[in-house]
Design a protein around this ligand. Structure first.
Ligand code: B12
Ligand code: SF4
Ligand code: SF4
Length: 244
């Protein structure tokens, strides 16, 4: 990857080559909650970027294999910084990351960008991909950047097509996600992070949720075809930094 990037199609091409997709735009009006991190620029628009299903796994794995330290303690975050931060630098934009503290409200942004709604698990559910989608970063545009990239802010501020679709949870009578957790860590009001983590920490390596992924998430029938491989699910569970 090299050279400057000056059009949205250039950005899309590079993003898709890494197994990622544009996940919609948020245009902040005057007085609206723009990104909280002071990046020294008046960011008025964010473009969300993330994988669908297991789409990032092959590009990420190829990158990881080439790193002398295999990407360090948080390889997926390192990869995201390298890919999305690298694109931002080439395009003269700034980048935001869901794992960077203070946390940016990625889920609120996603709700505005694609009209997605929270499932009872707290994760946003997509009408097609179900719970099998997430975010690896966002690119921030000032008004001058938007002009430079020829963005039509009026068009971008309209909700994406998926916003007109009702949440699949509305018609899901049995809600299997709420009864699948072996320690009842999830209910419709809250996610008991401590109970979940205690259970995970007590499981043997690769056993139960640590091996096959969160059972509550796995129980959702929506977008089941997009469920990542067991290898990838195990990688994400191991990245959760459990108490020992
Ligand atoms: C801290 C964090 C965690 C913590 C604690 C989560 C918690 N509920 O307290 C831990 C480490 C446990 C965690 C776990 C997971 N997380 Co998490 N997490 C985050 C993180 C980094 C910050 C959340 C936050 O505080 N945001 C700050 C506030 C200001 O932002 P916000 O958009 O307004 O946040 C809203 C939502 O978080 C929502 N919300 C949060 N919890 C709940 C619960 C319910 C019931 C409801 C209705 C809403 C809700 O309300 C907030 C206020 O509006 C976000 C990334 C991010 N930057 O948001 C990912 C994020 C929410 N996590 C995500 C995921 C995928 C997971 C895991 C599935 C990862 C995995 N192992 O595969 C697991 C969940 C399964 C499990 N059993 O552990 C995704 C969700 C994608 C989606 N489809 O919505 C995010 C967006 C990260 C990403 N890269 O995409 N996570
Ligand atoms: S199992 Fe039903 S209620 Fe739970 S997340 Fe999936 S569609 Fe929504
Ligand atoms: S990871 Fe396992 S313990 Fe944690 S919420 Fe999911 S099903 Fe429950």
């Amino acid at each position: 990857m090299s050279g400057p990037l000056s059009s949205i199609e250039d950005l899309r091409h590079e993003i898709e080559a890494q197994g990622l997709q544009f996940r919609g735009w948020v245009v902040f009006a005057e007085g609206d909650a723009a990104p909280a991190i002071d990046v020294g620029r008046d960011v008025r628009t964010v473009l969300l970027i993330g994988p669908i299903g297991g789409s990032l796994w092959d590009p990420f794995s190829a990158w990881q294999a080439k790193q002398p330290d295999r990407g360090g303690a948080d390889p997926l975050d390192q990869w995201s910084t390298s890919v999305i931060g690298g694109l931002a630098a080439r395009a003269g934009l700034c980048a935001f990351f869901p794992f960077a503290v203070p946390y940016q409200p990625f889920q609120q942004w996603a709700t505005r960008a694609e009209g997605l709604q929270a499932s009872p698990l707290g994760m946003l559910i997509h009408p097609v991909y179900g719970l099998w989608h997430s975010y690896r970063g966002a690119l921030g545009f000032t008004e001058a950047d938007a002009l430079r990239f020829g963005l039509n802010l009026m068009a971008l501020s309209k909700p994406a097509a998926s916003a007109s679709q009702p949440s699949p949870c509305a018609d899901c009578i049995d809600k299997p996600c709420l009864s699948a957790c072996p320690v009842n860590a999830v209910d419709s009001d809250r996610f008991n992070v401590a109970a979940c983590r205690k259970h995970l920490a007590g499981l043997g390596e690769g056993k139960g949720c640590m091996g096959g992924g969160c059972e509550a998430r796995n129980a959702c029938p929506v977008g089941a075809a997009y469920r990542p491989s067991a290898t990838q699910l195990r990688f994400h569970m191991e990245a959760l930094w459990l108490p020992r």
